[in-house]
Design a protein around this ligand. Structure first.
Ligand code: 3HC
Ligand code: NAI
Length: 688
């Protein structure tokens, strides 16, 4: 037998070994090869039992997600599983590693499951907006009880080998030669009467009350996540219907979810995240440089958070300031943040101590001389940054990567202040740096490929999601955000109130709207930037100038009564906006939620199109990943570019054209790339 399964027989026991890299996903070819192995074992009188093992980093990672939405090829997973279920001879799954989704459904249709110590068994379909669609919602409850099975499906996180055995999902952990143990077990099973398949087992579901309790605890999620509602219904059917009927219901629910735009978005995110990890346009085989020690310049808001990222990943880091007092303040800030985690119970005191021990304070740039990676996070002033880069050029060791955390400034200018532009790039962390997962890795004109690969790799070591972007004002995330912020200001002037603007986005799925977010961050930050660059935002400026800086002053776009975390609408703000609008000569009108949403999101999509045209982002999915991890774009909406595709670019184009006409705002006119895609009847996804 050729293809993704090796088949061999010894001592009357057949061994089918799966080798379908990278993750042994159940592609059509693998399903066919496994079906052939089962049929052969069943039909050959010289074979008494079958063992299914696998090679590589997973056992079976599940259905092949890239086949979803294509016409089903026979044998389907359901057909393969029916073959296993009806096999007249024992089949033993020898699970050495991750066994997920459809992979676990295959394993559960086997007669027995032996797990290696590194095995992980789980049903992660929920994360893709799906539910187990090949009998998982019926077999898992029969093996581990309905309440525990529902919990496993709704959480989506796998159990390790020991835990899987404890709940009954696997039969035993085999620390030694797993395949040999599985063969021996198969021979033993073959010597006795064939055990009933899981599908025909009576009982095992546990108490109905326990299941109903679990289901009701999930009711809030079920209201917004259709896959969770469907799981509850399917598992409940295990109590109420014959196996075959319940499996038919499950299949229907699975196919319905597959068509749901929310699941499509989550599947897009799965692939976009993995694609973003691949750096475009660098020579194949580029190796990252070694990073053993880091230095961070500036122990302010960002520097302190970035230093914690290194320490949390076990990398020694020196935090460098201009004087002792600033350095001590920075270290105190770091200690206080760790202390708060210890108090909350999320960090053990010993780990706090271990992390603090990796952070060393220092004064003067000379202290960066041992670092393999230097992250500059000093004030956002080009003069200062250039001076810092020129000094680093003299003190940094050869081959050290010199990165800037600038939000907006030109990395090429900083690189030009050194004699080693190949080592210079941007590493743009998001605030709070120790929490937010996005890392924009900014590729400057002369950045060396291995420097880029190093920054991306270190980003992953820090637990971040690195996305490579090009140089421009604000890079990908802040450049698009600026378009939204501009519209917030205009919407307020033209007739909306902060609570209406925010509601449009929270109803869309964001956790917070832009006005509440502005209050949280402090409205003075933007005000200071506008003053320095000669820009104005009449409403936001008036708020700051009236002493309304946000939460820190108890009032901003909203009012924060003593002790309140959430703001309440403030009539004074409505009056202030009216006054400013009158001064600006704007006649206010009622603006509906739909228009608010379009005006907040479509200009961002338009800017995203320009970013793609300019090559600042390599792929539309990269932009989506930036928004998902840097700005909490709801995952089930897939990111701005996927959202635009799902809405239809023709509609996006028409609406932008209309908004540009209606508002006289030229920046809203559709970008040339949008026009091209619409003319060719394509979506952003076609640019991948
Ligand atoms: N289908 C298709 N491709 C898959 C895949 C799958 N189920 N799982 C992983 N891949 C691909 C990835 O896209 C990636 O491809 P690339 O190299 O071309 O980018 C490659 O395999 C490696 O993936 P990772 O980078 O994620 O590898 P890791 O080693 O970090 O992680 C993993 C391995 C834990 C298995 C992780 O890939 C994962 O979580 N995969 C998805 C598991 C899953 O959701 N399974 C359920 C699928 S739905 C299902 O089974 C429905 C059924 O009930 C009917
Ligand atoms: P901050 O004002 O909190 O901290 C800057 C620190 O740099 C100060 O402690 C200062 O003493 C120190 N510093 C100044 N000159 C120095 C020098 N020559 N050597 C060593 N230290 C020096 O500023 P913040 O907010 O941390 O910003 C730092 C950088 O990060 C800026 O470029 C900013 O644009 C960027 N950034 C800020 C984000 C934010 O939300 N605050 C988000 C992402 C990036």
């Amino acid at each position: 037998m050729t293809g993704p399964v090796r088949f061999e027989v010894a001592g009357g026991i057949a061994l089918a070994t799966i080798a379908n890299p990278p993750v042994n996903a159940l592609s059509a070819a693998l399903r066919a090869a496994l079906a052939e192995a089962v049929t052969r074992a069943a039909g050959d009188p010289a074979i008494h039992a079958l063992v299914i093992a696998a090679e590589g980093r997973t056992w079976i990672a599940g259905a092949d997600i890239s086949e979803f939405g294509k016409p089903p090829a026979s044998p389907t997973l359901a057909e393969l599983i029916a073959l296993l279920d009806g096999c007249p001879k024992p089949v033993v799954a020898a699970i050495h590693a991750a066994c997920l989704g459809g992979g676990l459904e295959v394993a559960m249709a086997c007669t027995a499951r032996l797990a290696g110590p590194a095995a992980k068994l789980g049903l992660p379909e929920v994360k893709l907006g799906l539910l187990p669609g090949s009998g998982g919602t019926q077999r898992a409850p029969r093996l581990m009880g309905a309440a525990a099975a529902l919990r496993l499906m709704a959480q989506g996180d796998p159990l390790d080998a020991k835990a899987a055995v404890a709940v009954g999902l696997a039969d035993a952990v085999e620390p030694g030669d797993l395949v040999a143990a599985a063969r021996a077990h198969a021979a033993k099973l073959a010597a006795g009467p064939l055990p009933k398949p899981v599908s025909q087992r009576d009982g095992g579901l546990g108490a109905r009350d326990d299941f109903e309790k679990e289901a009701s605890a999930l009711s809030k999620r079920a209201a917004t996540e259709p896959q969770v509602a469907a799981m509850i219904a399917c598992v409940r059917a295990a109590f109420e219907k014959p196996f075959a009927d319940a499996v038919a219901d499950e299949r229907k629910a699975f196919l319905d979810l597959l068509q749901d735009p929310r699941s499509k978005a989550l599947r897009h995110v799965f692939f976009a995240e993995r694609e973003a990890a691949k750096i475009a346009n660098i020579p194949e085989g580029t190796k990252p440089r070694k990073v053993e020690r880091a230095a961070v310049l500036g122990a302010g808001t960002m520097g302190a958070g970035i230093a914690m990222c290194f320490a949390n990943a076990g990398i020694p880091v020196r935090v460098i300031e201009t004087d002792e007092a600033a350095m001590t303040r920075g270290l105190d800030r770091i200690r206080a943040t760790y202390e708060a985690s210890v108090k909350r119970g999320s960090l053990a005191p010993e780990r706090r101590d271990a992390r603090m021990a990796l952070i060393e304070g220092a004064v003067g740039l000379e202290a960066a001389k041992d670092a393999d990676l230097i992250v500059e996070a000093v004030f956002e002033e080009m003069g200062l940054k250039k001076q810092v880069f020129a000094t680093l050029d003299k003190v940094a060791k050869p081959g050290a990567i010199i990165a800037s955390n600038t939000s907006y400034l030109d990395i090429d200018d900083m690189a030009a202040a050194t004699n080693r532009p190949g080592d210079v790039l941007g590493m743009h962390f998001f605030s709070p740096a120790n929490v937010m997962r996005l890392l924009e890795v900014v590729r400057a004109k002369d950045t060396a490929p291995d420097a880029l690969a190093t920054a991306a790799e270190i980003g992953r070591r820090l637990g971040k999601v690195p996305v490579v972007v090009g140089v421009c004002f604000g890079f990908v995330g802040n450049r698009m955000l600026a378009r939204r912020t501009q519209q917030v200001e205009r919407l307020l002037l033209e007739g909306a109130l902060p609570q209406q603007v925010d509601k449009a986005l929270t109803d869309f799925g964001f956790r917070m709207g832009p006005c509440a977010m502005g209050d949280l961050a402090g409205l003075d930050i933007g005000w200071r930037i506008r003053k320095a660059t000669g820009k104005r935002a009449p409403v936001a400026d008036a708020l700051v100038e009236a002493g309304r800086l946000g939460q820190k002053t108890g009032k901003g776009y909203y009012l924060y009564p003593e002790g309140a975390r959430a703001g309440v609408p403030d009539p004074d703000v409505a009056a202030l906006i009216e006054k400013v609008a009158a001064q600006e000569g704007v006649t206010r009108r009622a603006i509906g939620q739909e228009e608010i949403l379009d005006r907040l999101l479509l200009p961002m999509v338009n800017e995203g199109a320009r970013i793609l045209e300019e090559g600042v982002a390599a792929r539309p999915g990269d932009i989506d990943v930036v928004w998902l991890h840097g700005y909490n774009w709801p995952a089930w909406r897939g990111g701005p570019m996927h959202w635009a595709d799902a809405r239809g670019l023709k509609d996006v184009f028409a609406r932008l054209t209309e908004l540009a006409r209606q508002t006289g705002d030229e920046s809203l006119a559709p970008a040339p790339l949008l026009a091209t895609l619409v003319a060719e009847d394509r979506g952003f996804a076609s640019l991948r």
